[in-house]
Design a protein around this ligand. Structure first.
Ligand code: NG1
Ligand code: ZN
Length: 542
């Protein structure tokens, strides 16, 4: 088909698109145009990077089933570099204007990038999607965009979690060209790291059963596959719930990480028992939060969110560094956003004496800070999206130390081996619910912690996260890692005046990057105060 015929088949006019925090994300019915243009951008990106594989994930994560979206993944699993985001936006909007506009924009982008549109250089693309019903249709539109070029190779992995796509994109670019890469490499890699840790610590059983709420999404099939492939030690202590991937309308419905974090309550189809641990993935399994119930008569719900996961990993990794005698040589830091509970920040800084950075919302910002500032950078959004990244200096020092073991104590060697295994068990490309889950289980086993003990280190300040629909969210401009507004003028001063009336009060307002809304966060000493503070700030927006 000609460019014009392909365009006519997949594009429609009138919508406005923006490549945001998590790529393009909207109601599925308006996404065909964007899929088509993104197919072209991905090919350009691969050609620009000398035919390396570039990844594309079709997902709308924790959003409702009727939404969908697309994001581009760099050859080694990072998110699309920031200076290509405007290119993706520009081409999508040109496609939504007219064929003439689209064609001329495509030529001008190619010219700027110095890419010959008629090249016979090979472009390599790797695609996957979550379990949404609109996925196959949108994938076809994406492939149509890719087919505009004559020499393309598309590796289609079908259904994957977002982190699996990131991981396999990296593997495809790391292996010899032509080697077969398949999904099973993901499971064998992470399970082998977990098994090695279990062996190092002589683990014989897990001190709890872990039930995984899979949000009725793609994570269900993947978690079940992981359990099937695991050795009995892990296998007998894990099970899944909300695994109805075949009923797309149930995706994220009364279950999943976002539901649990927002409602601070158990998901559907989960009958909690004291002493056991539970976790929830989101729709594309790049987020995870944990929880448990206490032994009171009402079986009270307790959340172990991204803040608590960051602290668990920070505490363990800092202790291992100490035992490995590397504390002076390697830095550890935690990266959070303004949504982190104030108690967690205080605990990390004051009790753990570990530095904390605060960045804008969106893992790309946290990732960048973690990589550029620390040798071990642990970053998590409160909603459970995050990972820990290890610097090249970390890897070389640990490797060097392990190469000369004769003058080292047994505990030092054990700590060094543990550090190395954790740096592999934790997905280095992106936050990953499955890999984070395995790291949390390993950390709890090694530190001999029950869920209650993990939870007891500090108490979250009561908080509320709500949203408000405003006529134009673009007027809400933030500064200071989104903790203060510079526009609309005068609003921040009014927020500050209200916040000052509440002990331990903190509140901020920012425009969402993924929804047409502004978010209001408030925390204070008591639940009543947090709720009151939140509604008084919300009043200001009316
Ligand atoms: P926005 O809509 O910009 O607040 C939300 C989450 C982010 C991140 C992105 C991407 C909150 C408060 N915000 O961003 O943490 O996960 O979605 O999915 O949870
Ligand atoms: Zn997600």
């Amino acid at each position: 088909m000609s460019l014009q015929e392909l365009y006519n088949k997949h594009c429609s006019q009138g919508n406005k698109y923006s490549y945001g925090t998590s790529g393009f994300r909207m109601h599925n019915s308006v996404l065909d145009t964007v899929m088509f243009s993104t197919g072209i951008v991905v090919v350009l990106r691969s050609l620009y990077l000398k035919s390396q594989y570039v990844g594309v994930m079709i997902t709308a994560s924790h959003n409702p089933p009727q939404d969908n979206g697309v994001k581009i993944v760099e050859p080694h699993g990072e998110m699309l570099v920031q200076d290509w985001e405007p290119i993706a936006t520009q081409l999508a909007n040109a496609a939504a204007t007219s064929f003439q506009e689209f064609e001329s924009t495509l030529h001008s982008i190619a010219k700027k990038l110095d890419i010959d549109l008629a090249t016979d250089e090979r472009a390599n693309v790797v695609v996957a999607r979550d379990s949404r019903e609109s996925g196959p249709r949108l994938l076809a539109a994406l492939k149509a965009g890719i087919s505009v070029f004559s020499n393309t190779n598309v590796v289609d992995f079908g259904l994957l979690t977002t982190p699996q796509l990131h991981f396999l994109t990296h593997i495809l670019n790391s292996e010899e060209p032509g080697s077969a890469v398949d999904e099973s490499q993901y499971y064998s890699y992470f399970l082998s790291k977990w098994d090695q840790l279990a062996e190092l610590y002589h683990l014989e059983s897990l001190p709890f059963h872990l039930t995984i709420d899979c949000a009725n999404g793609v994570g269900a099939e993947k978690a079940q596959r992981l359990i099937q492939l695991a050795k009995p030690l892990l296998q007998k202590s894990l099970s899944t719930t909300n695994g109805q991937t075949d009923k797309p309308e149930l995706l994220n419905e009364s279950c999943g990480a976002d539901f649990v974090k927002t409602n601070q309550f158990f998901p559907a189809n989960c009958t909690p028992e004291p002493g056991q641990l539970y976790c929830s993935f989101d729709g594309d399994a790049d987020r995870v939060v944990f929880y448990y119930c206490d032994s009171s008569a009402e079986k009270k719900f307790h959340l172990l969110d991204g803040d608590k996961i960051a602290i668990l990993l920070a505490k363990l990794l800092a202790k291992l560094l100490q035992d490995a005698q590397l504390t002076a040589a390697l830095s550890v830091g935690v990266v959070q956003t303004a949504y982190a509970n104030g108690s967690s920040t205080k605990y990390i800084q004051e009790t753990l004496q570990i530095p904390v950075s605060c960045t804008k919302t969106g893992v790309k910002h946290l990732h960048h800070e973690a990589v550029s500032k620390y040798d071990i950078g642990i970053y998590f959004e409160a909603n459970g999206h995050g990972t820990a990244v290890f610097s090249p200096k970390f890897h070389s020092l640990v490797e060097e130390s392990l190469a000369t073991t004769q003058e080292k104590s047994e505990s030092q060697i054990k700590a060094l081996k543990s550090l190395q295994l954790f740096s592999q068990l934790i997905n280095q490309t992106v936050g990953d619910a499955i890999s984070d889950m395995l790291a949390v289980i390993a950390a709890l086993c090694i530190m001999k912690l029950t869920p209650e003990q993990w939870d007891s280190w500090y108490q979250d300040l009561p908080n509320r996260l709500t949203k408000a629909i405003v006529p134009d969210r673009s007027v809400f401009v933030s500064t200071n890692a989104e903790r203060q507004l510079v526009s609309p003028e005068g609003l921040q001063a009014k927020i500050d005046a209200i916040v000052a009336q509440y002990p331990q009060g903190r509140s901020f307002v920012r425009a969402s990057g993924t929804e047409d809304a502004v978010r209001i966060y408030a925390e204070a000493d008591t639940t009543e105060n947090a709720v009151e503070l939140s509604s008084r700030v919300a009043e200001l927006l009316k």
